[in-house]
Design a protein around this ligand. Structure first.
Ligand code: M6R
Length: 302
């Protein structure tokens, strides 16, 4: 099974890839739409290609679908618009039903894509009930994260970060997916140079850029707490300012955003405070959070 998408939809495909490993589903692999031709030799009539796209009109993803179609692979579209060009090319359509998304940045469609992927993969692993329970937990956690108190907390963080140009975002496994998606939101909405890495990769190069006052965000699950703790201490010792997003704070964090422990589905909720943060920073910088510079809602040319 190949799960294909671009931008935020690619990050959703990475969630499918990482979650399938956790659920011992061995044959799910994520691909960036524009790289599909490099996977051509692995496609045949036994392959299922799931194309992720909010709009269903993204040229790179439609081109990836054509490549898979020529190889006679089975095609499913996981889209917000069931009548879109992409959906009409595919034998199966999985609608995410999150309502029209008007701002350029993909936000609610990301959560909805992750929710549907969760349902699909837990169902495939014979764990449908467990998956459904986790989705209900995610729903109540999201209400907490959108409460006035939670938003005030993020607003204060936005004031702290509003003047910053660069920031690193770290996570491992499923939480690396959140680091990537959060970095994309900070880039396009808040105009920050936000770079995501695997937590363990930091010392293999990017560390050279860390010094007094470098901002670093950590995303971690309770299982990864110790790993994050060690990496954060190393960075804090070099003067980095640590922002933690997890169930419990890191001992070196100067700011903590608490998320409930909902298990493997953590990426469904952990990115939301950063979506709000990006929006608040954009407003503080007099940028239009709905219409980032140089971007369109769907990229319909290659
Ligand atoms: O409509 P799609 O999901 O196919 O769009 C893919 C990307 O262009 C899109 O996710 C883009 O990265 C967003 N602006 C991210 O917020």
């Amino acid at each position: 099974v190949f799960v294909v998408g671009t931008g935020t939809s690619y990050n959703s495909s990475l969630y499918a890839d990482r979650l399938s490993l956790q659920l011992k589903l061995k044959h799910v692999r994520s691909v960036v739409s524009s790289e599909m031709e490099h996977f051509e030799n692995l496609l045949d009539q036994e392959t299922l290609v799931i194309l992720l796209s909010q709009s269903g009109e993204t040229a790179d993803t439609i081109a990836a679908a054509r490549i898979a179609q020529e190889k006679k692979a089975k095609l499913w579209a996981l889209v917000n618009f069931p009548m879109s060009s992409l959906a009409r090319m595919c034998g199966g359509v999985l609608p995410i039903c999150c309502g029209p998304e008007l701002a350029v940045a993909a936000t609610k469609s990301y959560t909805a894509q992750l929710a549907l992927i969760t349902k699909l993969l837990y169902g495939s692993a014979g764990l449908a009930e467990e998956g459904n329970r986790m989705l209900l937990d995610a729903r109540s956690a999201l209400y907490d994260l959108m409460s006035n108190a939670a938003r005030d907390h993020v607003m204060k963080l936005a004031k702290d970060l509003r003047g910053e140009r660069d920031i690193f975002l770290l996570g491992r496994g499923l939480q690396n997916v959140t680091a990537r998606e959060a970095a994309l939101k900070l880039k396009e909405v808040a105009g920050m140079r936000a770079e995501a890495f695997y937590t363990g990769e930091m010392k293999h190069g990017p560390l050279a850029l860390v010094g007094e006052g470098t901002r670093v965000m950590f995303f971690y699950s309770p299982q990864d707490q110790k790993h994050a703790e060690n990496a954060a201490s190393e960075l804090a010792a070099r003067g980095a300012r640590i922002y933690s997003f997890g169930v419990n704070p890191l001992s070196t964090s100067i700011w903590h955003v608490r998320t409930d422990d909902i298990g493997k589905g953590l990426p469904m909720i952990q990115v939301v405070p950063v979506q709000v943060l990006s929006y608040e920073i954009a407003k503080m910088r007099n940028m239009d959070p709905d219409k980032p510079r140089n971007l369109a809602k769907s990229i319909t040319v290659r």
